[in-house]
Design a protein around this ligand. Structure first.
Ligand code: PLP
Length: 393
């Protein structure tokens, strides 16, 4: 049996999306910036997609800028805002649990003379908006808080933070890469100034994303060159990617209620059974305010990578830490930020369900996981020494 439980890393391109994209590789292949009929045809598809996406996000079409994905959108939002508004102040507020696309950008800005405050989270992985309010200074130009966390799925109080920032006249950016697809987002209602999205997280194509930039907010460009995206983001327009992202978002919003109910039910069933049937495990992040498809567990006495490998040998795909930081031996900064121990952070495993996940797959995963944990613990001298106490010596 092959089971894909790594939908937070990426999702399968939807068949309907692929069908919609194909003509724009082969038939309508003109450059959307060209003046001739080939180009005009491509541009019409891009314009229509921009309108679809804008209406699904509660934005105006001219507030949507297409990018190569979440990483570029995050880089652009932060670096662009820092450059444009740096003359008014050099202080930025973000959180301790952001994705590396944000974290590394913040570190770069620190090297360039900006001061970044990283707000911590509680044991459920949630940011307290009061902490953000307290951190604001006269020179604060930007607040950036991710909509939902990529490792433990914690959904942040974006509405309250957005309301506060708008009232204070501080720019507000959110990395909504993990939220889109399972949470309905309206940028106007949430007082969002800038928002990053990535198509491959909601069954769209990889290498395709967007930055929503509220009219009136002017940031410096990140990528210079041609005059695409109204002169703000250069590079030949990715017509099939854009058409695919629009279709994927349309399907995600159309089927959201049904898919969320399906995933939430299976996710809860999975968490309940793991907690009941596997001793010495911890659910990372709280159960409330959690993405419907996320379960993240640490298993005492075992490295996350060992479980990942045993599951992989049995055809089950999961992640240890975030997909982007796998390959590094550093424990997850996200799990550590919840107050978890180094060992707990090292042993975290993310199971991220998809709309196509079945109960049979979940049952198979639980049985395989139980056997894997038992076997790996039987090889652990540490476990034998301390069996009966759920902690490390
Ligand atoms: N932000 C978050 C929260 C993510 O989970 C990811 C991808 O894992 C990214 C940004 C990067 O997006 P992309 O893969 O489109 O560059």
């Amino acid at each position: 049996m092959r089971v894909y439980l790594d939908n937070s890393a990426t999702t399968r391109l939807d068949d309907e999306v692929l069908k919609e994209m194909i003509p724009y590789f082969s038939d309508v292949y003109g450059n959307a910036s060209s003046l001739h009929a080939f180009g005009r045809e491509a541009l019409a598809a891009v314009d229509k997609s921009r309108e679809t996406i804008a209406s699904l996000l509660g934005a105006n079409p001219n507030e949507i800028y297409f990018t190569s994905g979440g990483t570029e959108s995050d880089n652009w939002a932060l670096k662009g805002a820092a450059q444009a508004y740096g003359k008014y102040g050099k202080h930025i507020i973000t959180t301790a649990i952001e994705h590396p696309a944000m974290m590394e950008t913040c570190h770069k800005l620190e090297k360039d003379g900006f001061d970044v405050t990283y707000i911590g989270v509680n044991s459920d992985g949630l940011v307290d908006p009061e902490e953000i309010k307290k951190a604001v200074r006269d020179d604060t130009i930007l607040v950036s808080v991710m909509f939902a966390n990529n490792e433990m799925g914690a959904i942040q109080p974006i509405g309250e933070i957005g309301r506060f920032c708008r009232k204070e006249g501080i720019l507000f950016h959110t990395d909504a890469v993990q939220a889109a697809g399972t949470i309905k987002i309206n940028v106007k209602e949430l007082n969002i100034d800038m928002l990053s999205l990535s198509a491959h997280k909601f069954h769209g194509p990889k290498g395709m994303g967007l930055l929503y930039l509220r009219n009136g907010v002017k940031i410096e460009k990140l990528i210079a060159g041609g005059h695409q995206e109204r002169g703000n983001r250069a590079g030949t327009t990715n017509t099939p990617g854009i058409v695919g992202m629009a279709k994927a978002l349309e399907i995600a919003v159309r089927d959201m209620e049904k898919n969320n109910e399906h995933m939430r039910k299976l996710r809860d069933y999975f968490i309940d059974r793991v907690e009941k049937e596997i001793p010495y495990c911890h659910l990372n992040g709280g159960r409330e305010h959690r993405l419907v498809n996320n379960a993240n567990f640490s298993f005492d006495y075992i490295e996350g990578e060992s479980i990942l490998m045993v599951l992989d040998l049995n055809g089950i795909a999961v992640s240890s830490g975030s997909a982007c930081s796998s390959g590094s031996l550093e424990p997850s900064h996200v799990i550590l930020a919840t107050g978890a121990s180094m060992e707990q952070a090292h042993s975290s495993i993310r199971f991220s369900l998809g709309k196509e996940t079945t109960k049979e797959e979940i049952d198979y995963t639980i049985e395989t996981l139980k056997a894997a944990v038992e076997k790996l613990r039987s090889w652990s001298p540490l476990f034998k020494q301390t069996e009966g106490e759920s902690h490390y010596v």
